[in-house]
Design a protein around this ligand. Sequence first.
Ligand code: BGC
Length: 745
Amino acid sequence: MALGLVLVANVSMAKVYLDPKAPMEQRVEDALNRMTLGEKIAIIHAQSKFSSPGVARLGIPGLWCTDGPHGIRAEVKWDEWDQAGWTNDSCMAFPTLTCLAATWNPAMAHLYGISIGEEALYRGKNVLLGPGVNIYRTPLNGRNFEYMGEDPYLSSAMVVPYIRGVQQNGVAACVKHFALNDQEDGRHVVNVTLTDRALYEIYLPAFKAAVQEGKAWSIMGAYNRIWGQYACHNHRLLVDILRGEWGFDGAVISDWGGVSNTDEAIHNGLDLEYGSWTDGLTEGRSNSYDAYYMAMPYLEKILRGEVGTKELDDKVRNVLRLIFRTAMNPDKGFGSLCSDAHAEAARRIADEGIVLLKNAKANAKAASVLPIAPDKRSILVVGENAIKQMTVGGGSSSLKAKYEISPLQGIRERAARNGARVRYVRGYVGDVGGEYNGVTTGQDLRDNRTPAQLTEEAVNAAKEADIVLFIGGLNKADHQDAEGADRLQYELPYGQNELITALAKANRNMAVIILSGNAYAMPWLKEVPTLVQAWYNGSETGHALADILFGDVNPSGHLPFTIMPTLEDYSSHQYGQAAYPGIDQEVEYKEDLFVGYRYSDLYGRKKPIRYSADGRSFVINPPKHKPLFAFGHGLSYTTFELGKASLKGNRVSVHIRNTGDRVGQEVIQLYVAPRKPGVVRPVKELKAFSKVELQPGEEREETFTLEEDMFRYFDADKHAWVTDPGTYDIYIGTAADNTPVKITK
Ligand code: BGC
């Protein structure tokens, strides 16, 4: 922009803004005072797909952003989404965030953050566009795999160490998508309405924790509207809540193309505009960045005197703070890319996140199907996901991974150590694509055989094998766990259900292994003895899966969301289209607080819960079925026994013993349940958890401290968290439907 060459007078000679030891706010004010109007306007919006300028004249560098959240995205062209074609921009692909959440281990989240932060740093990035903490409200949400599940407490506990890990590298986390971007269907237009209680109790806690405990340096506005106003310039969300109530001092970054109104952007708390005019290939290519809502249109308003510069200065302050914390951070080091340590981190996180959902015996005389015994000489692997490269695809989190070990490769390598033979047959054909923004997997997955031919081959092979491993699920193609489009069905696609049934008939010694970021229908569940939820695990997918299947690592992942038998068993699908995907762009969260296990816990009640809140009436009909697998569920190859709990003051202790013959980790979960609450409340809510490792026979006492805030609910009338006096039961267990230990407070 050829503007603002007039320098502001009275600037001190000492360049305080360049002194990293000077207090942050002094540096910010010093830099601000030196900037021209044009420089201020320039610094608050993008200059390319993923960068925004600094102040070249003052030696203040700009910002480089990158997706996020599972690895560092390939470089794209300046003004286009297409990859730039660099040869040095491959990354380590880490497991998706659903897997991270399934570790239930904050130490893994910290390791994740550190590792991905180092990769961002090495690639010269200042802002990592992640992590995502939108709540799992419907299993159809195409982006659930990028988030941390259904529970606000679990998401909060996991997001904080992730952010700390990233930011200790001098790279900002950009927590997204603030807020209520809980579906992809209509994400650019839908208007979400919900009660303040649901907002504060379910949908905001992870963002609040990210800001207050994680001290996130930036946050990304969502695409959707809330109370009729777009999230990227939503006054209540950004000004009242984020800055006012939470004291956020970082920068609010728009989602790419999420800005649509200059006045609102000026007044409602947005700091940095990115991705407007994102179709760089066609419209506005020459001057698109000047045409941004917070570029010339803003400047012209100032020059016409329609708006002052107070809001602008605040935005510039927030952006400068972000630059000082990241691009100008003298301690940030240089990072590293695709190191052995990162590979090990990716594998460890996947090892801890894979969930053993079910593990029975093929017949009365046999041992459980998993771990695969060394006497299984012939292993049959069936299914497209055993070979499909899954790091490419799914939307903005698509990666150009340096390598990706497929499940089949991992199994082959490990089986060779047992001297076992591995045969692979395709079983079904799903998605044969393998390209995203010019990054290709290089795989040719085309197969012209009919489903009948593929099934026949698989069934015949199954009859001859000692063990059958079916590896399927979803795959990040459109409508199969991908950004921009929700799933169209709860069922697994491509005839997998029929194939699984046919395989189970041919050979009972079978494990079903599903790669997905979402729950799905399991009509075959009773027919198969063993089921593993294996997510999308990035570069180390095959190694981690083999670790679990062969028992080199004892599974310890637990579900971060509830798996119900049918779509109709989810609360957001109880109200026709009004609650999902919306009618005439209006989505009403009619299930209110009753999301995930807060809903499935109502199973067995005879009557609906009826109440009014925020002037609206709610009717919560109990689900017709109980979960197939509850929130928090996950098995191990060993067994654990929880003993009695005791309460001393505000400390609850519980005994746990490893009663099996292997070292293993268990997740002890503490839920708080009000006995006779004065207001409507979920049956119980997760308020603490701990992952403990025990040797065979080892026992230990695990202690939790009960804090006042574990008992509170959000009183919308008072606009405050309040404690309902009365009796509370504390349930302790290893899943939302397995809480054998109870004490009363
Ligand atoms: C996504 C964001 C992403 C951004 C940049 C948007 O479409 O919603 O999550 O960070 O693109 O790629």
